[in-house]
Design a protein around this ligand. Structure first.
Ligand SMILES: Cc1ncc(COP(=O)(O)O)c(C=O)c1O
Length: 369
């Protein structure tokens, strides 16, 4: 495979350097947690090779509320990104076709593209409130379609599909005997997803998630995939073993101890994000040069300059970062025009967030043609 770096990763805040960004509104996760907040007990941990599927107790906890699933349906991976790579490379070849929603987290598009698959994009529209029309998916099916790939709650828009909408897509996958990959990385993030993990619904569904976004643990690199199909899981395990054998013993133990106590953190994480969400709504109300469909999931909003605004977008992003030390996720991270931007409201405190929004307004005024 001929790898090419994705703009969302190449230009990410951690690559630019966190110290160069005072107002970081580009993150799609909640505030990163420090080890000292976790009250861990790690001294007896042996840094040995560990079970390749991942720590059994953690896998069991992940599906605790899923009636028909148990730990054998879960494979721990190196973040959700690791799961997406394993699934795409295990299921797809250059002869295969897949259907993928756009905009999207880049990995969901770039991995199949790098494999050489033919891709039908389902382009979501601002004007349709970023809603996914399942009929478009049905119409895009071809004889060599192997996979439908969707994300809900959605990055970068924060849109949440309803259970009925998801059921329609599952039916399409079942009718054609193909897989539905649903990236649910944002399902536990602040607005609670009001239905069970989608993999509980059908043998054709593969769910992906991680600890990164909802809990602020992206540096742990712990994610997972879930499937009812244990033979398929064995295939994914083969891929994982070829790439990195197992996760890190240290990461898994920290993840497990965190997961047992995770509810202790949820309230304050939620309050902080919801306070910022309120600030975002107030800013969007008064900032009449911008518009957005308000999110229903995640801690992200995909706003845009109003169409009649004549703005030099290159100057805008340059001014925003270099003069105002403020960063948002530009549209091109998601194969969209740079008049769109992803604003993350879960990561910073309210004072920083509010100033970051004011900085967007200031950089916008300075970049008008
Ligand atoms: C939709 C989506 N899936 C997966 C990932 C990767 O997350 P992780 O840190 O769990 O690898 C991201 C990260 O931005 C994402 O937005």
């Amino acid at each position: 495979m001929l790898y090419k770096r994705m703009p969302i990763e190449k230009e990410s805040p951690e690559e630019i350097g966190y110290d160069n960004i005072k107002y970081n509104l580009s993150e799609s996760s909640v505030t990163d947690i420090k080890m000292s907040e976790l009250n861990l007990s790690l001294n007896d941990l042996k840094l040995e090779y560990i079970g390749h599927r991942g720590k059994a107790e953690l896998r069991q906890l992940i599906v605790k509320d899923c009636n028909n699933l148990n730990k054998e349906n879960v494979l721990l991976t190196n973040g959700a990104a690791g799961a997406l790579f394993i699934i795409n490379t295990s299921l797809l070849t250059a002869e295969d076709h897949l259907i993928v929603v756009r905009p999207n987290y880049a990995t969901n598009i770039e991995v199949p593209r790098t494999i050489g698959c033919s891709i039908s994009f389902i382009d979501l529209q601002f004007e349709q409130s970023w809603k996914l029309d399942s009929q478009k998916i049905a119409a895009a099916i071809q004889p060599n379609t192997k996979l439908i790939s969707i994300t809900s709650p959605h990055n970068p828009t924060g849109m949440l599909m309803s259970e009925a909408e998801i059921n329609e897509i599952i039916l399409i996958a079942e009718q054609h005997s193909i897989y539905l990959l649903i990236d649910e990385t944002y399902r536990d993030t602040c607005f609670k997803t009001p239905y069970p993990v989608t993999a509980t619904k059908s043998k054709n569904v593969i769910s992906v998630s991680s600890l990164s976004k909802a809990f602020g643990l992206p540096g742990l690199r712990i994610g997972w995939l879930i499937t009812q199909d244990e033979i398929l899981l064995e295939r994914f395990l083969a891929a994982k073993e070829m790439i990195y054998i197992s996760n890190s013993a240290l990461d898994e133990e920290v993840a497990y101890q965190f997961y047992v106590a995770k509810e202790k953190f949820a309230t304050s994480i939620n309050q902080k994000a919801m306070l910022n969400f309120q600030l975002l709504k107030e800013w969007l109300h008064k900032e009449t040069r911008m518009e957005a469909v308000l999110p229903q999931g995640g801690v992200i909003c995909f706003a845009r300059f109003k169409e009649d605004l004549n703005i030099d977008t290159a100057k805008f992003y340059n001014t925003l970062l270099n003069k105002y030390q403020t960063m948002v996720g530009p549209g091109h991270w998601f194969e969209m025009p740079d008049s769109y931007m992803r604003i993350g409201f879960g990561w910073t405190d309210d004072i920083v967030f509010k100033q970051g929004l004011e900085n967007i307004s200031a950089a916008m005024i300075e970049s008008l043609n």
